[in-house]
Ligand binder design. Structure first.
Ligand code: G3H
Ligand code: ZN
Length: 284
């Protein structure tokens, strides 16, 4: 069933597990992730970046594909379609109008007061329609589609408290050392701040840049209040590795399904592994 993130994340926070946000790029990605969730009996968040929505042909194409697959694949676990790193009120509104059940407004690059204002505007529009809202403070490193950072800035716990109080968001992504894309060396997550922020705001925290974070750090993050973990690059790597193996070992291949289907299976396996790691299996 299509739902917002609110209940699945609050339940995760209370029971000590995290729900994965897995980014989708096309039909195969969506099939793989929904199939994994159903098999694991896990709630799931389908993340859609603005770049991915453009690639797929627009927000309404995304919601049509997701809704059709939920029906055809007989998906019964809770599914949220979530705009990842929404860049403006207008983009969030367009996603909501197209049927997204959740949005992230990422005004983390703006001055604090502006971040608060934009987030308030999004929350007003979203909550009236039963749509959940994630906001961000600080800077996640690395790059994902249109979201580029040259450094990592840790979120300030005092600003987190104020943002939550003034906006009424459902969950918060405080940047605490994580990076989009592969890490250069070991990640250095701010666990002290993570604990402090969750204790203060009493909302589920979101960890961006889930690819390449060691299991021990994942478990620790969950124990400190992280209830949503975003994974994108790891699925891209899994798909491309399999596709590349097939294409390099057989120069006669011309039917794309010969590498799309095994690539899709690799994504499914990767997602099922993450769901077990995050503890969301059998929590649907
Ligand atoms: O917003 C999406 C994520 O934060 C994904 O990060 O590509 O490093 O897994 P990742
Ligand atoms: Zn992210």
């Amino acid at each position: 069933a299509l739902v917002s993130m609110k209940e699945m994340l609050n339940k995760g926070l209370k029971e000590g597990y995290a729900v994965g946000q897995f980014n989708i790029n096309n039909l195969e990605w969506t099939q793989a992730i929904l199939g994994a969730a159903q098999e694991e009996q896990s709630p799931v968040i389908l993340g859609v970046s603005e770049g991915a929505a453009r690639y797929m042909g627009g927000f309404t194409v995304v919601t049509s594909i997701v809704k059709s697959l939920i029906e055809e694949m007989k998906i019964t676990v809770p599914v949220a379609i979530h705009l990842d790193h929404g860049s403006s009120f207008e983009k969030c509104k367009a996603a909501i109008d197209a049927g997204f059940t959740s949005v992230m407004i990422d005004a983390s690059h703006s001055p604090f007061e502006e971040n608060v204002k934009t987030t308030q505007q999004v929350v007003a529009y979203a909550h009236e329609r039963g749509v959940s809202v994630e906001a961000e403070l600080g800077t996640v490193g690395g790059q994902e589609d249109d979201v580029v950072a040259d450094g990592v800035i840790y979120a300030d716990p005092q600003e987190c408290k104020e943002l939550v109080e003034r906006t009424g968001i459902d969950c918060l992504a405080p940047a605490l050392g994580s990076v989009h894309g592969p890490y250069k060396g070991e990640p250095n997550l701010g666990f002290k701040e993570m604990e402090e922020i969750c204790q203060t705001i009493k909302l589920p925290l979101v960890l961006h840049g889930g690819t390449g974070i060691p299991t021990a750090d994942i478990k620790k993050s969950i124990s400190l209040g992280t209830a949503k973990i975003n994974v994108n690059t790891e699925n891209q790597i899994a798909f491309t590795k399999v596709a590349r193996e097939i294409l390099t070992s057989d120069s006669e291949v011309y039917d794309p399904r010969k590498f799309l289907a095994p690539g899709r299976e690799a994504i499914k396996q990767t997602v099922q592994g993450k769901m077990r790691e995050f503890g969301s299996s059998n929590k649907a």
